[in-house]
Design a protein around this ligand. Structure first.
Ligand code: HMG
Ligand code: MG
Length: 309
């Protein structure tokens, strides 16, 4: 079979926007540095597969994430693409670099825990929020769309359980400073579906509507698809995923790849949910990328469809 049978569930949304993060979250975690031309071809192939949002790179400190130090060289090579190309910007320096190249969608990335704020941003949670505030204000003034990522929403490798109230507080701060949307990160892939529903309800209670919330699941414990289904049942329609299941986070112990986009598309197609993605084309892209990286894709769907097993 190359496509699942379709049985629609009327409780679920009819369309989902896949927010593809493979070129950023995936490649930032590679041991080697992928050549800029390969990255550019990867993003072009992802867009040609029907993905309408392809996170392209990060304008972070090049010493912190050397894998994405070529952002200035890469971004102009994507200028012909008619898809949204969000980029990560941690501070005003990053925003300046992104806006100078014409970026229209930027993302700041906060942490729900002090340990990860320190490891990833070299600051406390509050100091990181203070760093983002002028970034968000200036990005909005430049008519850019701003996403606020929040990491460690469901558990932290140093601190263990993360109180829901702590997560809600930082989400609220990101919305209050002007972020258009949020992405709830399960950075180390430990969440389970009940937690997802509970956090979404708590956010709604705190005045954050579901249509401003996306979900970002890593698949360390094999829970990413179940967690996604829980989010869809709650009404979420933006789901982050990474082609071929590439990914992780260089500053979080035990983070593995994101939910694989192909695994997500297989489930959504089976549920009759429109994504605009051509699964065969996307799978061919991940097989090609796996060849570039010299190891097979961890995605079950990529392996099944390409007979790599
Ligand atoms: P810092 O060392 O505290 O920086 O790093 P600073 O503000 O003290 O500045 C020190 C020097 O860095 C200065 O240069 C700055 O100009 C320069 P100097 O004056 O010494 O010559 N600098 C920069 N250069 C280029 N671009 C910049 C930039 N900023 C400062 N943007 C900083 C603080 C935030 C910069 C650093 O910690 C950093 O870059 N962190 C990024 C880490 C990262 O990218 N992590 C991965 C992404 S997050 C993630 O993967 C999670 C997510 O997927 C969701 C989930 O799964 O949970 C989103
Ligand atoms: Mg991530």
């Amino acid at each position: 079979m190359t496509l699942p049978m379709v049985v629609r569930d009327p409780q679920l949304p009819s369309r989902v926007r896949i927010y593809e993060v493979g070129a950023r979250d995936g490649l930032q975690n590679e041991k080697g540095v992928v050549p800029t031309e390969v990255k550019a071809e990867f993003v072009h192939r992802l867009a040609a597969s029907g993905l309408s949002t392809v996170e392209a790179t990060s304008f972070v400190h090049p010493k912190w994430v050397p894998q994405l130090a070529d952002a200035e060289a890469l971004f102009p090579q994507l200028a012909d693409l008619d898809v949204d190309l969000p980029v990560l910007v941690p501070n005003e320096r990053g925003l300046d670099r992104a806006l100078a190249l014409g970026a229209r969608h930027v993302a700041v990335f906060a942490s729900a825990t002090e340990s990860f704020a320190q490891a990833n941003l070299n600051r406390t949670v509050d100091a990181a929020l203070a760093m983002f505030e002028p970034v968000v204000t200036r990005a909005k003034a430049a008519n850019a769309q701003v996403r606020g990522y929040l990491s460690m929403c469901f558990g932290d490798p140093w601190e263990g359980a993360v109180p829901e109230g702590q997560v809600v507080k930082v989400c609220r701060a990101l919305i209050d400073m002007g972020c258009d949307t949020l992405s709830l990160g399960d950075t180390i892939g430990v969440a389970t579906p009940g937690q997802v529903g509970s956090l979404l309800t708590a956010l709604n209670t705190a005045g954050v509507p579901t249509d401003r919330i996306g979900v970002h699941f890593h698949d360390t414990y094999g829970q990413a698809l179940s967690n996604t289904l829980a989010a869809l049942r709650h009404g979420v329609t933006t789901v982050d995923a990474s082609a071929g299941g590439l990914g992780g986070c260089p500053y979080a112990k035990s983070a593995t790849g994101n939910l694989a986009t192909e695994d997500l598309v297989w489930m959504l197609q089976g549920l009759g949910i429109d994504t605009g993605v051509d699964l065969a084309r996307l799978t061919a892209t991940s097989v090609w990328m796996a060849e570039q990286l010299g190891r097979p894709s961890p995605s079950r769907t990529v392996r099944a469809l390409s007979h790599q097993d």
